[in-house]
Design a protein around this ligand. Structure first.
Ligand code: FES
Ligand code: FES
Length: 169
């Protein structure tokens, strides 16, 4: 399905099929529409629009398991993909270990950057549950935060790694 040729309908839109947070979804998108705009239009508003130019990381999502900035990605490129947004990780009642760690570490101030930061951290921790501080910094260097100074967020990722190691035992 991924490489299938899409054609525009009579309204000049593509109809794409994808999975968002494990659920199949069809979306009608304009050729110029970003994946960020499309996700927000379909209700996934946890993914934030910051710069809209690919520079701040607040719109990060996982596409087939890898983190991507969705504001500069045309939505039609997501046809056939599995997308995970922050809503797919956990809920207030049942947070993902990374979400819980960010709260516990006091890494959240205004919160605007946090969905993107957590999604980027998930990409890292899915691949490596014992990342060093340098690796965490390197991995999160595309996620800008105007409030925290990053120290607590790096601590949060270390704490999340610990929690995930514990839960996989
Ligand atoms: S909103 Fe996408 S990188 Fe800033
Ligand atoms: S917590 Fe405010 S921008 Fe990061």
């Amino acid at each position: 399905m991924k490489n299938e040729k899409l054609s525009l309908d009579k309204n000049g839109r593509f109809e794409i099929s994808l999975k968002v947070n494990g659920k199949p979804l069809s979306m009608e998108v304009k050729p110029s529409e970003s994946l960020l705009e499309a996700l927000r239009k379909y209700g996934y508003k946890g993914t934030k629009k910051g710069c809209d130019t690919g520079d701040c990381g607040s719109c990060a999502i996982l596409m087939d398991g890898s983190s991507r900035v969705s504001c500069v990605m045309p939505a039609f490129l997501a046809h056939g993909s599995e997308i995970t947004t922050i809503e797919g990780l956990g809920t207030v009642q049942n947070p993902h270990a990374i979400q819980a760690a960010f709260v516990e570490a006091g890494a959240v101030q205004c919160g605007f950057c946090i969905p993107g930061m957590i999604v980027s951290a998930k990409h890292l921790l899915d691949r490596n549950k014992t990342p060093g501080e340098g690796e965490i910094k390197h991995h999160l260097d595309g996620n800008l935060c105007r409030c925290t100074g990053y120290v607590k967020q790096i601590e949060a990722v270390k704490l999340a790694a610990k929690k995930l190691r514990k839960s996989s035992k």
